[in-house]
Design a protein around this ligand. Structure first.
Ligand SMILES: Cc1cc2nc3c(=O)[nH]c(=O)nc-3n(C[C@H](O)[C@H](O)[C@H](O)COP(=O)(O)OP(=O)(O)OC[C@H]3O[C@@H](n4cnc5c(N)ncnc54)[C@H](O)[C@@H]3O)c2cc1C
Length: 371
């Protein structure tokens, strides 16, 4: 019992945390639920460094598509394209690029499944019932598990957040759009570049990636207001980068920062998206998932005790994640402005864009600064 942990959630946080516990000799009982890990995400130097503490990073290297430059552009109502800023990424901080989410999850799964320390339950947890110092977990197949410690890795709307915080009603969501193209032209046009393109209706985030070993271009469109959809681009150059026939898929993402409520109660510790909801504007939510897991691994090595690890997690990770969530939310407001504020934003980016990016990204990407 002492060296046993239950993890609820089979996304990036669930598997990264399972890996951290298994590296410390824990027996892990993981409830995977339905899996729907699609698409790519940006991985920044901090995320890559922490990923390398969780698995043999050589295996992840073929999944990584590096970026050297961040380009910020705007397109006006006359469809004229304007380059606002070209920022050469500080490669000394480590790897920056994109990675397929299910690719990392599969590597973590592969690693932990080689041990006899994991039990995977292909079911959804329905109830967590507090029973003195223990927790009883009932899944949708009628299985009952008793566990003193639970890791809540079931995302922002999960059952563990409700258990710990009482409710998750304060979180607001926003519709964004994502798409993938396997065409050669857009991939070549965006190779090594992470691009942000402002339009009147919202902004595109476009970068190259590798999906199931195929070269691809990843698109996200974040509307300035509810109801706005990705605009059709008529500018000749941009039409090659954003082909008209790409199919947009709408999905919900976190809009506000939510209330910063508890992340722990009665042995249930929230990690990843379940802990502090983070909007996507800094591309950090998934990187912070890796940082959470690496922190758990390090702290368990140091203390060899779950209660001490939980205490240390609350003391250290809570503040760091809150800071990132607040920063991300603020950046979202600036990125999502139009008219006068949007014009002011563009002017600022044009004149001092690289130093703004450096000031925003360095404290998060440079793990020495973050400590
Ligand atoms: C459009 C978009 C772009 C993004 N881009 C980036 C980026 O560039 N960089 C970055 O770092 N991050 C990015 N993110 C964020 C990143 O994807 C998430 O932070 C990360 O996937 C969260 O992982 P998680 O495991 O905490 O939660 P989730 O991915 O939500 O996983 C939770 C899992 O728990 C399971 N589950 C839920 N309830 C139960 C239950 N009752 N029982 C059992 N299982 C359950 C679910 O099925 C799911 O598999 C982006 C997100 C979006 C939407």
């Amino acid at each position: 019992m002492k060296n046993q942990i239950t993890i609820i959630g089979g996304g990036l946080a669930g598997w990264a945390t399972a890996s951290a516990f298994i590296d410390n000799g824990f027996y892990v009982n993981l409830f995977e639920g339905s899996t729907q890990n699609f698409g790519s995400q940006q991985i920044s130097p901090n995320g890559w460094t922490y990923l390398s503490q969780l698995l043999d990073i050589k295996k992840a290297k073929p999944l990584l598509e590096n970026f050297n430059v961040i380009k910020i552009k705007s397109i006006n109502l006359k469809q004229e394209l304007n380059l606002l800023c070209s920022y050469n990424v500080n490669t000394e901080l480590g790897q920056y690029g994109s990675i397929e989410r299910s690719g990392i999850i599969n590597l973590l799964k592969e690693k932990v499944q080689k041990t006899n320390l994991i039990k995977i339950n292909k079911s959804n947890v329905k109830y967590i019932i507090q029973d003195n110092e223990l927790n009883k977990i009932l899944d949708d197949k009628g299985n009952l598990v008793t566990s003193k410690f639970i890791i809540g890795a079931d995302g922002v709307l999960g059952i563990t957040k409700k258990f710990v915080c009482g409710s998750n009603n304060s979180i607001k969501f926003k519709q964004v759009y994502r798409s993938i193209s396997y065409k050669d032209k857009p991939y070549k046009l965006t190779k090594s570049i992470m691009q942000v393109i402002f339009t009147q209706d919202g902004h595109f985030v476009i970068y190259p990636t590798i999906i199931k070993s195929k070269k691809a271009t990843n698109y996200v469109f974040i509307p300035n207001e509810e109801g706005l959809i990705p605009p059709v681009i008529y500018n000749k150059t941009l039409k090659l980068l954003i082909p008209e026939d790409i199919e947009w898929q709408s999905l919900s993402t976190i809009k506000n920062k939510g209330e910063y409520s508890n992340i722990h109660s009665n042995g249930v510790l929230l990690v990843g998206e379940a802990s502090i909801p983070t909007s996507p504007h800094l591309a950090q939510a998934g990187n912070q998932v890796l940082e959470d897991a690496a922190f758990i691994k390090r702290t368990l090595i140091e203390h060899k005790d779950i209660e001490k690890m939980i205490f240390s997690f609350i003391q250290n990770r809570y503040e760091q994640k809150k800071y990132i969530a607040q920063k991300s939310s603020l950046i979202g407001k600036v990125l999502g402005s139009n008219n006068i504020i949007g014009n002011f934003r563009n002017t600022m980016i044009k004149s001092i864009g690289p130093s703004i990016l450096e000031d925003i990204l360095n404290p998060i990407w440079n793990i020495e600064d973050a400590k």
